[in-house]
Design a protein. Structure first.
Lengths: 723, 154
C-alpha cells in the first residue's frame, strides 16, 4: 500500500532532508523543453525538485497538483513511476509547496489545479522528470561497476548490468546519483512498453480515505489551536454596522470576537462553542447598495438584452443574409440559474502567524494564490510563507477563490502565535459561494427548402468568471470565453454561424468557476437546440448530428460509439417496468475532450427517473482508464444533480437557499446506472475532471421531449411540471 | 464533565452535555475521521455507531451516548486488519474526494451487521448518505463486495 501524507514540505525542508540524512537523492532537473520552455525568462536554468529517493528505496513525490477526488495523487505519480521504473507502492505523495519551482503550466508561469489540466499540462514534464532520475541512477550504477551506462538497464527499483546480471537498488544508488549532473537530454520510454500509463493503476489515497486517516483541511490540528465560526453579511456587499461582543464573551470557550472584512468571527476553543456564541451574538449589518438585487430581476435584464448586438466571438459566413434568405427559421430562448458548488467539506482554513513566519493550512486549488494572500495580509515576504495543502473534500472550482483563507490569515495575524482555524457552516457555505453565473441565450437557425441548416446565430447574455478572477487569461478583454465556451467553435458543419456575447455584469454577486464552467450551460443550450432543429426538420436527433459531422470523423466516432452502446431508439417505448421510456442524446467538446452521452428516462407519478446513461469519451489517451471512468460517472452525477433540482435564487441581495433541504444535491436513489466506453484516439491529451458534466442535462431534457413532447428551455427540472 | 466510551476507550471530557457528539469526537477528543457536512442530520458525513446503530452525530448530543458504546471510523479496523467493508472500499477504489466516505462506510457496516446479504434494493434503501462526487454506483458495488468478503454470500 502506498503511503500518503498531506504534509507539504517547503523546498528548504525537502532539500534539508537530503542534507540531514545522507543518501537521499533529490533529483534536480531542468524544466522541460519543447512547448513548455520559456526562452524569454531563461527558466530552463531553474531546477525543479519533484522526486526524492531514500536509502530504503522509497520515493517521495512532490505533486504540484492537489487531490480533490479527480485522481491526481495517482495519475501524476504514475507517469513519473513509469519513466523512473519503480512500483507505485514505494511512492509517497506529498503536495508541493508554493513557488516558481512548481509552476509548470503555461510556459512555466503558473500552477493551479483546475480546468481539467493537471495530466495534460504535466504529462511531458513528469515523464521527463522520471526519465532523468532513472538515467542518473543508471549512470551511478555504471560508474560503480566501471561499465558503460548503455550496458545497464532497470527493473522496478533496481539498475541491472545486463551481461553479468549484477543489481543495485535505487536506494543504494541514491547518494551517488545525487552527486551527478542531470543529463540535458533523456530518452523517453517507448509507449508500447508502458506498464502503468494507460493501465487502471490503483488509487494511492483509497486506504487513507477508507480508514479516516486522510487529513482534510477541516481536520488539521496543532497544539493550542483555536477555532472560529463566521457570520458574513447576508446581503452581498454589505458590511458590519455593530455587534455586541460583551454579550457572548462569557460564554463557554469563547476567546475573542473580531470583525472581518464582511462580517464577524467568534474565536473559541471548539467549533461548537464558536458557533453557539456566534448565534447569540447581536450583529447588525449595513445592507449597502445591493439590497434590491434579485435573480429574477437579473434574469429579466438578461432576456431583454438578447436582441442587443453584442460582440462576435465567432463569425463565419453571413448569418444575417442566410437567415433572411432562409425558407424556414427556428428561434428558442434558454436560461439557467446560479449554482452553488456545495462541496461536502465546507470552506475552512487554518493559519498561524509568528513574527517572521506564517503557515497556512488551506484546502486550495492554487497554493501560490494563498501564499500571495498571506504575504499581503501579514506583510511578510513570500519566502516566509508556508502553504500546506491537505486533501480537499471536493473542489469543483470553489477553492480557486480564497475568501475563507483570507479570514483565517487575518484572524491569525491579529492573534499572533495562535493557530486559528476558520470553519464555515453549511449555511455560510451555501450563501457565500462564488456561483456558476445565471445565463440566458437565444438561438436562431435558418433552413433551406430541403430542411438543411444554413445558419445558426447564438446570442448569450451574462457575465463569465474569468474576467473577474483571471483577466490575464483572456485573449480579448471584451470577450469572456468562460461564459460562451462550449457554444461556439463546435464541430457541426454549418455554413453561416455567429456567436455574439452581450456582457451584462452581475456585480455584486460573487461568481466563480463551477465544474465545466461555461460548458455547463452552453452544452444544455446548444445540444437542446440541436434536438429542436432535428425535430423541426423531422430528422432523427442522431442522424441530424451525424449529417453535420460528416467531415469530423473523430466526433462522429464518439457519437457512433455511444449510439451503439445504447442501442439508440429515437421513439419512446414501453419498458419492462410498464412505463414509457425514451432516450436523449448530446455531444460536447470541452477541455480538449469529446464526450457523447445518451440518457434513458421515464416519467411516471410526477417523477422523472434517469435509468441509465451511456457515455463515450475520447480524451486522446486515457492515462488511467479506471480514473477516467470514475470521472465520467462523477461528472454525470454532478450535471444531473444540477439539472434535477439545483438552483440558487437571490432576493433583496441575499441567497434564499441555506442547506441541503433547499439546495438538494443528487441523492443515491436518483443515481442512474452508467456505462462508459473510452476511445483512445491518440490525439492530443484532453481533460477528464469536467467533460463528463456538460452533456447530461441536454441528454436528459432531449429524452423528456421525446417522452412528453415538452421542450425544456430552463433548469432545474424541478421547476417544470409535466403531464 | 461527560464520559464517553469511544472505540472501546473511555474518555472523560470537560464540556457541556448538549454539545453534539460530532464536535466532542472531533474537537475535544481528536478523532477527525468523522466529518462535518451539513450540521442538521441530512447528509450523513458524520455517521457513527451508538451501540451498533448508525447515528448522525451532528444532531446527537453527548448526553444521548451516556452508558453506551460509540464506534467511529477509527474503531473499525482490528490493528492492521481492515474491516471487510473498508477492505472492499480500498479494493474497489470507491473514494474520490473521500470526505463523505467515513460516513458511507459506517452506514455500510451497520447495514451488513443487520442484514449480512442484502439485495440490491436493500442496499439502495439503506445507503442514503450524500456524496457530491457521485460515487454511489461504486458504493453499492462495494457493499456487495464487502458482503462477499464477510463470507455471508452463498
Amino acid at each position: 500500500m502506498s503511503n500518503i501524507t498531506n504534509i507539504s514540505l517547503t523546498r528548504r525542508k525537502f532539500l534539508g532532508v537530503s542534507a540531514a540524512s545522507a543518501g537521499i537523492f533529490i533529483i534536480g532537473m531542468s524544466l522541460p523543453l519543447g512547448k513548455y520552455a520559456n526562452a524569454a525568462t531563461n527558466k530552463n536554468d531553474v531546477l525543479n525538485a519533484f522526486i526524492a529517493i531514500k536509502q530504503d528505496g522509497s520515493v517521495i513525490f512532490q505533486n504540484p497538483f492537489i487531490e480533490m477526488g479527480q485522481g491526481t495523487y495517482t495519475s501524476i505519480p504514475a507517469i513519473v513511476a513509469e519513466e523512473l521504473d519503480i512500483e507505485m507502492s514505494v511512492i509517497s505523495v506529498v503536495h508541493a509547496p508554493h513557488g516558481s519551482d512548481y509552476k509548470i503550466m503555461f510556459n512555466n508561469t503558473t500552477r493551479f489545479t483546475g480546468g481539467s489540466m493537471s495530466v495534460r499540462m504535466s504529462y511531458d514534464t513528469m515523464r521527463k522528470a522520471g526519465a532523468t532520475a532513472r538515467a542518473m541512477l543508471i549512470q551511478a550504477a555504471a560508474n560503480q561497476w566501471h561499465v558503460a551506462a548503455s550496458a545497464c538497464s532497470t527493473v522496478p527499483g533496481y539498475v541491472v548490468h545486463d551481461k553479468s546480471g549484477k543489481k543495485l537498488s535505487y536506494g543504494e544508488l541514491a547518494a551517488i546519483a545525487a552527486t551527478l549532473q542531470a543529463p540535458a537530454e533523456v530518452t523517453l520510454k517507448d509507449p508500447a512498453q508502458f506498464r502503468l500509463i494507460g493501465k487502471p493503476v490503483k488509487r494511492t489515497d483509497s486506504y487513507a480515505k477508507a480508514t479516516g486517516q486522510a487529513e482534510f483541511g477541516i481536520d488539521v490540528k496543532t497544539e493550542g489551536m483555536l477555532i472560529a465560526a463566521v457570520k458574513q453579511s447576508p446581503v452581498f456587499g454589505g458590511s458590519v454596522k455593530s455587534f455586541d461582543k460583551a454579550a457572548v464573551m462569557n460564554m463557554p470557550g469563547v476567546f475573542a470576537v473580531e470583525e472581518i472584512a464582511n462580517g464577524v468571527a467568534v474565536i473559541a476553543d471548539y467549533f461548537w462553542h464558536a458557533k453557539t456564541a456566534l448565534e447569540k451574538l447581536p450583529i447588525e449589518f449595513n445592507d449597502g447598495s445591493n439590497a434590491e438585487f434579485s435573480s429574477a430581476g437579473y434574469l429579466k435584464t438578461l432576456q431583454e438584452k438578447l436582441d442587443d448586438q453584442g460582440i462576435s466571438a465567432e463569425d463565419i459566413g453571413d448569418v444575417d443574409q442566410a437567415l433572411a434568405n432562409a425558407s424556414k427559421t427556428l428561434n428558442a430562448e434558454y436560461h439557467v440559474p446560479f449554482l452553488a458548488h456545495a462541496t461536502m467539506e465546507p470552506q475552512n482554513c487554518m493559519a498561524l502567524v509568528e513574527q517572521d513566519h506564517c503557515i497556512v493550512w488551506a484546502p486550495n486549488q492554487g497554493a501560490d494564490t494563498i501564499a500571495q494572500l498571506a504575504a499581503q495580509i501579514t506583510g511578510l515576504s513570500l519566502d516566509a510563507i508556508e502553504v500546506k495543502t491537505p486533501f480537499l473534500g471536493g473542489g469543483f472550482g470553489r477553492r480557486f477563490i480564497p475568501d475563507y483563507a483570507a479570514q483565517a490569515i487575518t484572524l491569525a495575524n491579529k492573534h499572533q502565535g495562535k493557530a486559528i482555524k476558520v470553519i464555515w457552516t453549511r449555511e455560510e457555505d451555501t450563501q457565500h459561494d462564488h456561483y456558476r453565473p445565471m445565463t440566458a441565450a437565444k438561438y436562431r437557425a435558418g433552413f433551406d427548402d430541403n430542411g438543411k441548416i444554413t445558419a445558426l446565430h447564438i446570442t448569450t447574455a451574462g457575465e463569465g468568471p474569468l474576467k473577474r478572477h483571471l483577466p490575464g487569461f483572456l485573449a480579448n478583454p471584451d470577450i469572456d470565453n468562460s461564459i460562451i465556451e462550449g457554444a461556439y467553435e463546435q464541430p457541426y458543419a454549418i455554413p453561416n454561424k455567429r456567436m455574439d456575447l452581450v456582457s451584462v455584469p452581475v456585480a455584486p454577486i460573487p461568481i466563480g468557476f463551477w465544474r465545466s464552467v461555461g460548458n455547463s450551460q452552453n452544452s444544455f443550450f446548444k445540444e437542446s437546440f440541436m434536438d429542436e432543429m432535428a425535430h423541426a426538420t423531422n430528422t432523427d436527433p442522431v442522424d441530424f448530428r451525424r449529417q453535420l459531422l460528416a467531415t469530423e470523423p473523430r466526433f462522429k466516432k464518439v457519437l457512433d460509439t455511444v449510439v451503439n452502446m445504447a442501442g439508440w431508439r429515437g421513439k419512446p417505448w414501453l419498458a419492462e417496468d410498464n412505463t414509457q421510456h425514451a432516450m436523449g442524446v448530446a455531444l460536447q467538446l470541452s477541455f480538449g475532450t469529446i464526450v457523447a452521452e445518451i440518457a434513458e428516462v421515464s416519467f411516471s407519478d410526477g417523477n422523472i427517473q434517469v435509468h441509465k446513461v451511456w457515455c463515450a469519451v475520447d480524451c486522446g489517451l486515457a492515462v488511467n482508464p479506471a480514473i477516467v471512468k470514475m470521472q465520467m460517472e462523477s461528472g454525470i452525477a454532478f450535471g444531473l444533480s444540477a439539472a434535477n433540482a439545483e438552483e440558487i435564487t437571490i432576493e433583496q441581495g441575499k441567497v434564499m437557499q441555506a442547506n441541503f433541504y433547499n439546495y438538494p444535491i443528487i441523492s443515491p436513489d436518483k443515481m442512474p446506472d452508467i456505462d462508459v466506453q473510452i476511445i483512445n484516439s491518440g490525439e492530443a491529451l484532453g481533460g477528464i475532471g469536467e467533460p463528463g458534466t456538460p452533456p447530461i442535462a441536454p441528454a436528459v431534457c432531449n429524452a423528456l421531449f421525446t417522452l412528453t413532447g415538452k421542450r425544456i428551455r430552463s433548469l432545474p427540472l424541478s421547476k417544470h411540471s409535466f403531464s | 464533565m461527560a464520559e464517553l466510551l469511544i472505540n472501546d476507550k473511555q474518555h472523560n471530557i470537560d464540556v457541556e452535555e448538549s454539545m453534539p457528539l460530532l464536535w466532542a469526537i472531533r474537537d475535544v477528543i481528536g478523532y477527525t475521521g468523522t466529518k462535518f457536512g451539513c450540521g442538521i442530520g441530512l447528509c450523513g458525513s458524520c455517521s457513527i455507531h451508538i451501540d451498533g446503530e448508525v447515528t448522525r452525530s451532528c444532531v446527537t448530543p453527548i448526553s444521548a451516548a451516556n452508558g453506551k458504546s460509540i464506534t467511529t471510523i477509527e474503531g473499525l479496523a482490528n490493528g492492521d486488519k481492515l474491516h471487510p467493508v473498508q477492505q472492499a472500499w480500498v479494493e474497489s477504489d470507491v473514494p474520490q474526494c473521500g470526505y463523505c466516505q467515513s460516513g458511507q462506510i459506517m452506514a455500510a457496516v451497520a447495514l451488513l451487521a443487520q442484514n449480512p446479504n442484502p439485495t440490491e434494493q436493500e442496499i439502495k434503501d439503506k445507503m442514503i448518505n450524500y456524496c457530491r462526487c457521485g460515487t454511489y454506483l461504486q458504493i453499492f458495488a462495494a457493499v456487495k463486495k464487502a458482503a462477499e468478503l464477510q463470507g455471508n454470500v452463498a
